[in-house]
Design a protein around this ligand. Structure first.
Ligand code: ZN
Ligand code: ZN
Length: 417
C-alpha cells in the first residue's frame, strides 16, 4: 500500500489531540512522551505538541520518559525502594486536571522489556504508582479534565507483532496497521471518529436502557453468569466532562462496557488471547469464579505472575469491567495479536480484574468506596484487562423477570439499534 506517510502521521497527531484528549482552548496539556532513538516517534511527538497549541492549548507540559529507565531501576535500585513513585509528577498532573486541563500519553512499550524481572517489585511499584494516581482518577470519573492514551510503532514492538516479515519492513507495516484501525485513511479522520463514536454511544445507551440483571456467556471453555448491578450504565465512544467536552480515553476504541456486580459472577471464563502483565506473557488461562471471587486459576504459561497480580489486593480477585466488541471489528479482522492491551482489547470482548469505573453506575462517581462496593462496584489498585471474545461467543441478557434474549450470536451483535 502506498500513501503519504507524513500526512497520516500529522492526521494521527490531530486525532489524538482533538478527538482523544480533546484539549480545551486556554487550558494546559500534560503530554507524557516517550524517549526513544526512533526519529519517527520524535517527529510524531513534535506534531502532537504543535497540534495541541493549534487546538488552543495554553501550555503543553512535555514529560519525556524512557521506559528502559524502569528496567534499570529494577536491576540496580534497592529492593525495598519500590514503594516510592514520582510524587511531584503526580501532583503536577493533579493540578492540571483540577484546572480542567488534559493528560495525553503516547505509549511505546517493548512487550518483552520486563521479561524475567522480579514480579514482586513490579507489582509493588505498580500499586504505589496507582495509589498516587487515585485522586486524579477520581476527578476524571467526576467529569473534571480529560485523559487519553495511544501507541506508536517502533522496532521492539513491531518485531514481536510481525516476526515473519523482513526486519526492516516491520515498523512501517505496523504503522500502516495502526493507521488502518485508527481510521487515518478516511477522507476526514476527525469526522470519521465522530461518527464512529456516536454509534458506540447509541449502542451503550440501548444496553443501559435494557438494565439486564445478568449476562450469560457461552463459548469454548467458558460458561459464566455475570451479574449486573442495579443502575449500571454502559459506556462507549468516549466520555464527557461536566462542562460537556467529549473525549476518547483510548484510541483506537471499539468497545461498550459496564461494571459487573462484584459479588455475582459465577462459572468459568477462558481467555482467548494472551495477557501481557508486567512484561510477562500469561497464556492459555482460565479463571473460575464463585460469588464474584476468583477461586481457581489455571494457566499454561505465566501462572505465577497471574497469581501475584491476584494477590495485590482483595479487589484484584473480582471483576471490574465487562466490555463487548463485535468479532467483526477492524482490529479483530486484522487477525493479529498486538501484544498491547490498547489494541488487543478492542479486538475482542473482554473483562478486567480489579477496579471498576465509578461512572459505570448511576451516581457512582459521587459514592464513597464503601457505598460503591455495597452497590456492587469493585475497588482495587489494579485494572487488568484480558480477552474472552471470539467468533464462537454466545451472550444472552437475562431480564428482571427471568426471561432472556440474545445479545451476541457467534461474536456479533444480535440486536439492531
Ligand atoms: Zn475495556
Ligand atoms: Zn479495561
Amino acid at each position: 500500500m502506498s500513501y503519504d506517510f507524513d500526512a497520516a502521521l500529522k492526521n494521527y497527531a490531530d486525532v489524538l489531540v482533538r478527538v482523544g484528549a480533546n484539549v480545551e482552548p486556554g487550558k494546559k496539556l500534560v503530554f507524557n512522551a516517550p524517549v526513544t532513538d526512533d526519529p519517527t516517534i520524535l517527529r510524531l511527538c513534535r506534531y502532537i505538541v504543535a497540534s495541541a497549541y493549534d487546538a488552543g492549548a495554553r501550555h503543553v507540559i512535555v514529560n519525556w520518559a524512557d521506559e528502559q529507565e524502569f528496567k534499570i531501576r529494577l536491576e540496580h535500585a534497592p529492593d525495598d525502594s519500590f514503594t516510592e513513585a514520582n510524587e511531584w509528577n503526580a501532583k503536577a498532573l493533579h493540578q492540571v486536571i483540577e484546572e480542567g486541563g488534559s493528560a495525553f500519553s503516547l505509549r511505546v512499550a517493548d512487550p518483552s522489556l520486563l521479561e524475567g524481572q522480579d514480579a514482586q517489585k513490579i507489582a509493588t511499584y505498580r500499586a504505589t504508582a496507582a495509589a498516587l494516581r487515585q485522586p486524579t482518577r477520581k476527578l476524571w470519573n467526576q467529569g473534571i479534565g480529560t485523559w487519553s492514551l495511544a501507541s506508536a510503532s517502533f522496532q521492539p514492538w513491531a518485531d514481536k507483532v510481525l516476526p515473519n516479515l523482513p526486519e526492516d519492513e516491520r515498523v512501517a507495516k505496523l504503522w500502516e496497521m495502526i493507521f488502518q484501525v485508527t481510521r487515518m485513511f478516511e477522507d476526514d479522520p476527525v469526522a470519521a471518529w465522530k461518527t464512529h463514536s456516536q454509534a458506540l454511544i447509541n449502542r451503550a445507551k440501548a444496553l443501559t436502557d435494557k438494565q439486564y440483571t445478568s449476562l450469560k456467556f457461552i463459548a469454548p471453555g467458558t460458561d459464566l453468569t455475570l451479574g449486573l448491578a442495579d443502575n449500571h450504565i454502559w459506556l462507549g465512544g468516549g466520555d464527557t466532562t461536566q462542562d460537556g467536552r467529549h473525549y476518547m480515553p483510548n484510541i483506537p476504541t471499539e468497545e461498550v462496557f459496564t461494571m459487573p456486580h462484584r459479588a455475582r459472577v459465577d462459572g468459568t471464563l477462558t481467555a482467548t488471547m494472551p495477557l501481557i502483565y508486567s512484561g510477562t506473557m500469561i497464556d492459555d488461562f482460565s479463571l473460575t469464579f464463585k460469588g464474584g471471587k476468583v477461586v481457581d486459576v489455571k494457566a499454561a504459561k505465566g501462572e505465577a505472575t497471574l497469581r501475584k497480580m491476584l494477590e495485590i489486593d482483595e479487589g484484584a480477585t473480582h471483576l471490574g469491567e465487562i466490555a463487548l466488541v463485535p468479532h467483526s471489528s477492524p482490529i479483530s479482522q486484522l487477525g493479529t495479536l498486538f501484544y498491547n492491551t490498547l489494541f488487543d482489547e478492542n479486538a475482542s470482548c473482554h473483562v478486567a480484574l480489579g477496579a471498576a469505573y465509578h461512572n459505570t453506575m448511576k451516581n457512582g462517581p459521587f459514592m464513597s468506596e464503601e457505598d460503591y462496593e455495597a452497590a456492587g462496584g469493585n475497588s482495587s489498585l489494579v485494572h487488568t484487562d484480558f480477552m474472552i471474545g471470539s467468533g464462537e461467543m454466545q451472550i444472552d441478557g437475562i431480564k428482571a423477570d427471568g426471561s432472556s434474549e440474545p445479545v451476541m450470536r457467534d461474536g456479533e451483535w444480535a440486536f439492531d439499534i
